[in-house]
Design a protein around this ligand. Structure first.
Ligand code: GLN
Length: 494
């Protein structure tokens, strides 16, 4: 059961061949076996999960028409508000907090009949690339338990790669869906900014945060994206425009005649040789499938990382001001002798981890009077230049490709004391966050040096999400026959 795709499970449940409760039980059993090693989940409650599955079974039995994923389990990143489960963003400052409402993404999962298996681990407030910044312990990569599963949505990527869930949700602010998908050998998609709702998502950098899906194959990811995305009046940056069907695109799986650009700046020095080897092979594969491949130069992409590390911390310093010891979660030192300011300072000092504090300080500095123009203002100009470069590139080609991340999964601890090395994991993913366009990571093989998964990033224009799925599915289809049984069948058994 746990090896089936989400589409297959949905079809079996719809046909009445298996119940949603049985599918949930199989995954809960798998979690009981895998979690001691993986630690993908922060919160699991068997009874709440089975109760949801029973409701879906009843709805289906009574003849209600639900979507293609009705009854299928999903692991949900613990940054989305869930009214029946704790929501912590992996921070001590939110320990024990239960939101009084559901995020839009959560609500749509429920409406489509998906069953939430639990809440997954992440870097605190989604700041990081390894889950090592979680206040509740690191998640381990199912391919090699001594390595990170990527981040910030590392619990979600590991859960899917370890067959604990067929689907999971993530958020991508600078690469937090694509990079973990890449290093765990699964599919992860960052939709167009504004294509999926931020309502009820704990904010990190509001102009960048984008919910998206993880799955073990391209079609499943498309089905999940279609289930929870679309216009939401509760999110002021939500796009109210018709979007091409990503499910149809995933089924098309054809690149004949498409123009595909290789980003020249993202495939040279500093990249792991095994990553480059798989990337160059997959570019050739695209050509053999009938795509017209050209090299495209995007020189400003090299400035995306420094610009991001001014813009994202600036927004985070403002967003995280709401954790003031009065409204949510933790409150430290409130013994009647201290002022509100003192309680606030003590609570924030105790509740936030070191990376979150670093970002708040960086952002506060970048926004402060006298420095604003030189840092935040300058970074915003760079952002505009990057968007224009994307636009120019998309006049030339239908999609751009690059490796998703410069290296395969790195060992736990290796970059923990070196923030710059950690930040470099998102070198290739950040430009699409700054410009808001769609981008996906699909597996393209294993690196020779370490036998670990390599991801191909496919970037498409704003609202061109369908192109990511179309190209991704074509690559998947062509490689599947070579791998036989899918890339994950090569992962060492847990
Ligand atoms: N790793 C990047 C950061 O730390 C991106 C995180 C994300 O996309 N949420 O900011």
């Amino acid at each position: 059961m746990i090896h089936k795709t989400a589409a297959e499970l949905g079809a079996l449940i719809a046909a009445g061949e298996v119940s949603s409760v049985e599918v949930a039980e199989a995954h809960l059993d798998r979690m009981a076996e895998a979690e001691p090693k993986i630690n993908a989940f922060l919160h699991v409650d068997r009874e709440t999960t089975l109760a949801q599955a029973r409701v879906v079974d009843d709805r289906l039995r009574s003849g209600e028409r639900l979507g293609p994923l009705a009854g299928v389990p999903v692991a949900h990143k613990d940054i989305f508000a869930t009214r029946d489960m704790p929501t912590t963003a992996a921070s001590k400052i939110l320990e024990g907090w239960r939101p009084p409402y559901d995020a839009t993404v959560t609500g749509r999962l429920r409406e489509a009949g998906l069953v939430i298996l639990g809440k997954t681990n992440l870097d605190e407030f989604a700041m990081g690339s390894s889950t090592e910044n979680s206040a509740y312990g690191v998640t381990r990569n199912p391919w090699d338990l001594t390595r990170v599963p990527g981040g910030s949505s590392g619990g979600s990527s590991a859960a899917v790669a370890a067959y604990e869930a067929p689907l999971s949700t993530g958020t991508d602010t600078g690469g937090s869906i694509r990079q973990p998908a890449s290093v765990t050998g699964i599919v992860g998609m960052k939709p167009t900014y504004g294509g999926s709702s931020r309502y009820g998502l704990i904010a990190f950098a509001s102009s960048l945060d984008t919910p998206g899906p993880f799955a073990r194959n391209v079609l499943d990811a498309a089905l999940l994206q279609e289930a929870f995305s679309g216009h939401d009046p509760l999110d002021s940056t939500s796009i109210d425009a018709p979007v091409p069907s990503v499910v149809e695109a995933a089924r098309t799986a054809d690149v004949a005649g498409m123009r595909i650009g290789v980003v020249k700046e993202f495939a040279g020095e500093g990249y792991q040789p095994g990553v480059l080897a798989r990337f160059h092979e997959v570019v050739q594969l695209l050509e053999s499938l009938g795509a017209k491949v050209v090299e495209v130069s995007c020189p400003s992409f090299a400035t995306a990382l420094p610009a991001y590390y001014l813009i994202a911390p600036s927004e985070c310093s403002s967003n995280l001001a709401r954790f003031d010891a009065m409204r949510y979660g933790l409150r430290v030192g409130d013994d009647g002798t201290r002022s509100a300011e003192e309680v606030m300072a003590l609570t924030r000092a105790a509740g936030f981890g070191p990376e979150v504090k670093r970002r708040i300080m960086l952002g506060t500095y970048a926004l402060s009077s006298g420095y604003y123009d030189a840092y935040y203002g300058q970074a915003q100009k760079v952002r505009t230049v990057i968007s224009r470069e994307f636009e120019a590139a998309f006049h030339q080609v239908d999609a751009l490709v690059s490796p998703t991340t410069p290296t395969t999964a790195f060992p736990i601890g290796e970059r923990a004391d070196d923030p710059i090395a950690m930040y470099l994991a998102d070198l290739c993913t950040i430009p699409s966050n700054l410009a808001g366009n769609a981008a996906i990571s699909v597996p393209c093989g294993l690196a020779d040096e370490d036998g670990l998964p390599v991801g191909l990033q496919i970037m498409a224009p704003v609202l061109g999400d369908d192109r990511c799925y179309r190209v991704g599915a074509a690559v998947e289809k062509a490689l599947e026959s070579r791998w036989g049984g899918g890339l994950l069948s090569k992962a060492p058994a847990l």
